[in-house]
Design a binder for this molecule. Structure first.
Ligand code: 3PG
Length: 318
């Protein structure tokens, strides 16, 4: 029997076609939370990104639901343990978007290093050109600067390669690993580099740049006390989860001169962003687009289709 699938936050076109070719009945539609409670019980599976929340109360209304597929990494919008208890399988695509997220983090590093977010907002005419040229002549090269990676999983490792390629000194903190060797190819030459692991306290004191690559586990990673331990003039980049940083403490750290500039792809209360963050000229912003490249979305679609097809082939009804 055909399974009926709801694609709630979109899926790259090739994935939709592949699912249809495999005999799934596919509907692409974003319901609001109340509508979803009425409609999801009609489906065998749901495919989401981060916008749709699949919480316990919703699952309890859906006895037919066999799986929840997350096109992406973070599972914070899904009550995973409740799904497991109900026998609903949760799948995600942990590796498909790492490179894209790391490239966006690198883009924010380069952007804030040369204050491009200020130039882009302020260059209007000849006067602003001359004034900005003077005002923005106080930046530094990345070469020789220290980057602290908070989290040395797939994304942290990809960013480490790019930062090293830019001449940066990379250190990392990650309570889950004991060694951090990264392997990469440049101009057909293979390299292996061991990244020095440090405690968060030491890393905060040494870093010129700090980039977060950890899921949100209910505790802020950068709060008031962490900002006080940082080197004056540090730059912060967050492409992980907005909740990892206390935004009020971040704004205070910018005002007091501890933080020189910030690159944010994620925010504490998406999509309702703090107005003080939005208007701060020292913050380069993007609207949670880390995984939103065509390359990543094609890989995500392919991985999800493969997993869903296997799941159906192996499915044993209770
Ligand atoms: C993820 O967890 O994969 C990223 O945060 C991307 O989320 P998105 O698919 O909603 O863009």
């Amino acid at each position: 029997m055909s399974w009926k699938l709801l694609i709630s936050d979109g899926l790259e076109e090739s994935g939709i076609k592949a699912l249809q070719n495999q005999g799934f009945i596919v509907e692409v539609k974003h319901f609001n939370p109340e509508e979803l409670k009425i409609n999801l019980p009609l489906y065998d599976g749901i495919i989401v990104r981060s916008a749709t929340k699949v919480r316990a109360d919703l699952m309890d209304l859906c006895p037919k639901l066999k799986f929840i597929a997350r096109g992406g990494v973070g599972l914070d919008n899904i009550d995973v343990s409740h799904a497991q208890n109900r026998g609903i399988l949760v799948i995600n695509t942990p590796a498909s978007s790492s490179r894209s997220v790391a490239e966006l983090a690198m883009a924010h590093i380069l952007c804030i290093s040369r204050s491009l977010q200020i130039s882009n907002r302020s260059m209007i005419d000849k006067e602003s050109f001359i004034e900005l040229k003077k005002r923005l002549s106080n930046s530094y090269e990345l070469q020789g600067r220290t980057l602290l990676l908070i989290g040395m999983g797939r994304i942290g490792r990809e960013l480490a390669k790019m930062a090293i390629g830019n001449g940066m000194h990379v250190i990392a903190t990650d309570p889950f690993i004991e060694r951090a060797e990264i392997a990469f190819n440049i101009a057909e030459q293979a390299f292996k580099i061991n990244i020095k692991l440090v405690s968060l306290e030491i890393g905060l004191k040494q870093a010129d740049y700090i980039s977060i690559h950890s899921p949100y586990n209910g505790n802020k990673i950068l709060d008031e006390s962490q900002f006080l331990q940082m080197k004056k003039g540090v730059c912060i980049i967050n492409t992980s989860r907005g909740e990892n940083i206390n935004e009020i403490a971040l704004l205070q750290a910018i005002d007091s001169g501890i933080v020189r500039a910030v690159g944010l792809d994620v925010f504490e209360n998406e999509p309702n962003i703090n107005a003080e963050i939005l208007k701060n000229p020292f913050i380069s912003m993007s609207p949670h687009i880390g995984a939103s490249t065509l390359d990543a979305q094609q890989r995500i679609a392919q991985e999800l289709v493969d997993k869903i097809v296997t799941l159906k082939a192996e499915f044993i009804p209770l």
